[in-house]
Design a protein around this ligand. Structure first.
Ligand code: AMP
Length: 190
């Protein structure tokens, strides 16, 4: 079983790369951002709760995020493994994920960060915002707030996974194919 965490700031290309990797390694792709957006679209109570956080570029509280993630993992018992995209984003989430997977005799195989400079990411997100309709992609202040959330709450997870010898990083600048190749070269060594 391969369980990958794709790590990186908003706009780093996690979702794009997960789409290729899930085909190649026959994995289930779980994007917590997509799950929240589906809940918002379907006007569920979870969507209602999450919307104000997401629109401001703040993180949704851990408890609801962790519960949503667990439900999604439990719904895919037969898979070869998972790509976690946008989760975990806090130490509480990372700890909860380890405990949850251990209970199922599973574990994270590797965490891979896609690295790119903030200014490039802002440009990418503003461009994406023109077609995605995502409020959090359309305003530079909100984008910078998402980076701030990342720096404060998510960046410490590098150490969390490095201590387990599971942290890797890949240059996230280049064509989509180039980045997919970098990722597959790394995954094939795991
Ligand atoms: P993303 O699509 O991964 O950029 O996520 C969009 C937004 O969803 C984030 O800015 C957060 O508001 C929320 N979100 C997604 N994943 C998480 C998470 N693991 N923890 C808390 N909030 C999250």
């Amino acid at each position: 079983m391969i369980n990958l965490v794709l790590f990186g700031k908003p706009g780093a290309g996690k979702g794009t790369q997960a789409t290729f990797l899930k085909e190649q390694y026959k994995l289930v792709h779980i994007s917590t951002g997509d799950l929240f957006r589906n809940n918002i679209k379907n006007k569920t109570s979870l969507g209602l709760l999450a919307k104000s956080f997401i629109d401001q570029g703040d993180l949704v509280p851990d408890r609801v995020t962790i519960d949503m993630l667990k439900t999604e993992v439990d719904q895919n018992p037969q898979t070869n493994g998972f790509i976690f995209d946008g989760f975990p984003r806090t130490e509480a989430q990372a700890g909860a994920l380890d405990t949850f997977l251990n209970e199922k005799q599973m574990e994270i195989s590797a965490t891979i960060a896609l690295e790119a400079a903030d200014d490039i990411l802002v440009e990418r997100l503003l461009e994406r915002g023109k077609s995605s309709g995502r409020i959090d992609d359309q305003d530079e202040d909100k984008i910078r707030n998402r980076f701030e959330e990342y720096n404060q709450k998510t960046a410490p997870l590098r150490d969390f996974y490095a201590k387990q010898n599971k942290f890797h990083s890949v240059n996230g600048i280049g064509t989509i194919d180039e980045i997919t190749n970098r990722l597959t070269r790394l995954i094939n060594t795991l």
